[in-house]
Design a protein around this ligand. Structure first.
Ligand code: PLP
Length: 486
């Protein structure tokens, strides 16, 4: 294995990936239009590589990454399921790819129909009355929804509603979004079953509460059984109920946030609906609301008027725009293609299989780990590696050792309410064979922890990079390349 990882380190003077014919037109002289202080004094120091060097460099880098297409990726809450390639192909069609948001509505009818159809599909899946498809990610959807909550209460003259309640098990983006929207966040405790502590919730609800942010199933993968009661309690105090629908993979076709009593919801299309999550690629976090809140949605919304689709900007109560143009269009195309190709029955089956796979793993692993809330789960579950503590082993060590076996580790140390947490989400797209191999590996790792713990504490042994010094990496990261001293 070569140690030069960067293209700069592989550079050798004079190498080229191209040979261009001599230009037949006068070359541009920057000094004619730029002031001298803006002109580069020295040639830009770019790596010099042949075409095959470049290809090998990037192919090599891609092979160092673990992706859903290369192996099992049970990263809890992220829904790293396989995304069918047909959806990518559809989103890459020239008619889609070359469409432009500045085209007039009359020549963009098919494009507008994608927005219209997707909005309607999401309304049906969630039981909400209207959607904006603009937000670019889950957290962005949360912020958008909370700005709607804020605008709604301001319009009602209820400016005293300054608090947003968030359960202890919530995803970290929930309190962050509430704070960004200018609310004070208050934590609601979990009860011994891992669900919202109703007694605690009752003490917090009052005329100063704007909303309760909830995800159901919660981040322990457990369904909040008392959701109707929770909804009634929140509504009785005049507050709104917000659904963090990032993990819709657990409930499609089974239960709908709108029917559970939620007023607002965001979805992560880049988890459940055919766009991969993670890696910094584009996402989409549509926000759906009940009709009483529809006037506050971002502009524009797509409307169908006498058979023609139009963008409607005439919405005086709208919170305004939250993204350039209309959203990440190709992500939306993939979601619509996925929804249409599976249909209602297919989506329901996907969720049922996701739940079955999670419960199969939970039941198979429960003799070997501590499972604090060990009862039927939804699409994911949380186990604890606390039973390996006597051997000097932590969840982090188990996670690192899994890399040696070709698995992406589960989410660790989240949710915070479980010590040595490992949050496992297998998704519906994995086969029983894959799950059985993973179970066998986890059992082997538990044996190793007892008999040869260094195998774990020094893992990974097979990865391009071994155990990184995480504190050092966080405190003094090396973010730019500098010429190695000779
Ligand atoms: C992933 C996730 C989010 C945030 O979504 P991003 O697109 O990463 O911002 C919020 N809540 C839950 C429960 C999630 O799993």
């Amino acid at each position: 294995m070569t140690h030069s990882l960067l293209s700069f380190e592989k550079s050798s003077p004079g190498k080229r990936s191209w040979i261009l014919p001599k230009s037949e037109v006068p070359t541009y002289d920057p000094s004619e239009s730029l002031s001298p202080d803006l002109i580069r004094k020295k040639r830009l120091d770019l790596p010099e590589l042949s075409e095959i060097d470049v290809i090998r460099h990037y192919t090599g880098l891609s092979a160092k990454n673990h992706g859903v297409d290369s192996g099992f990726y049970p990263l809890g809450s992220c829904t790293m399921k396989y995304n069918p390639k047909i959806n990518e192909e559809l989103a890459a069609m020239p008619q889609i790819k070359r469409s432009h948001p500045l085209w007039p509505d009359e020549i963009s009818q098919e494009v507008l129909k994608v927005f219209y159809d997707l909005e309607n599909a999401l309304m049906e899946i969630t039981g909400m009355d209207r959607f904006t498809l603009q937000p670019a990610a889950g957290a962005h959807g949360e912020l958008t929804a909370l700005l709607i909550v804020k605008a709604y209460f301001e319009h009602q003259g209820e400016t005293n509603r300054t608090k947003v309640l968030v359960p202890a098990s919530a995803h970290g983006t929930n309190p962050a979004s509430a704070a960004m929207a200018g609310f004070e966040t208050i934590t609601v405790n979990c009860d011994p079953e891992g669900l919202v502590d109703l007694a605690h919730l009752k003490t917090l609800l009052g005329p100063d509460v704007a909303a309760l942010m909830l995800t159901n199933p919660n981040t322990l993968g457990l369904f909040e059984k008392e959701i109707r009661l929770i909804a009634d309690l929140v509504h009785e105090c005049g507050g709104l109920l917000y659904y963090d629908g990032a993990n819709l993979n657990a409930i499609m076709g089974l239960v709908r946030p709108g029917d559970m009593g939620f007023d607002l919801v965001h979805l992560n299309l880049h988890k459940t609906f055919a766009t991969p999550h993670g890696g910094g690629g584009p996402g989409a976090g549509p926000v759906g609301v009940k009709s009483a809140l529809a006037d506050y949605l971002p502009v524009p919304l797509v409307e169908c008027r006498s058979g023609a689709y139009v963008w409607d900007y005439d919405r005086p109560l709208s919170i305004g725009k939250v993204l350039g143009f209309y959203g990440n269009f190709q992500v939306l195309v993939k979601a619509l293609a996925y929804i249409k190709s599976l249909g209602g029955a297919g989506l329901t089956q996907a969720s049922k299989d996701a739940i079955l796979n999670a419960n199969y793993l939970r039941a198979s692993l429960s003799p070997y780990f501590d499972i604090p809330y060990n009862r039927p789960c939804m699409h994911e579950f949380v186990l604890s590696a606390i039973n390996l503590k006597p051997y000097g082993i932590r969840a982090l060590d188990v996670a690192k050792r899994l890399i040696d076996f070709g698995y992406h580790p589960p989410t660790i140390y989240f949710p915070l309410i479980v010590e040595e947490a490992m949050m496992i989400e297998p998704t519906e797209t994995e086969s029983k064979e894959t799950l059985d191999d993973f179970i066998a590996t986890m059992i082997q790792i538990v044996e190793e922890a007892k008999n040869n713990p260094r195998l774990l504490t020094e893992a990974p042994h097979q990865a391009p990079i071994g155990r990184a010094d995480e504190a050092q990496a966080a405190r003094s990261p090396r973010l730019i390349w500098s010429e190695p001293s000779p």
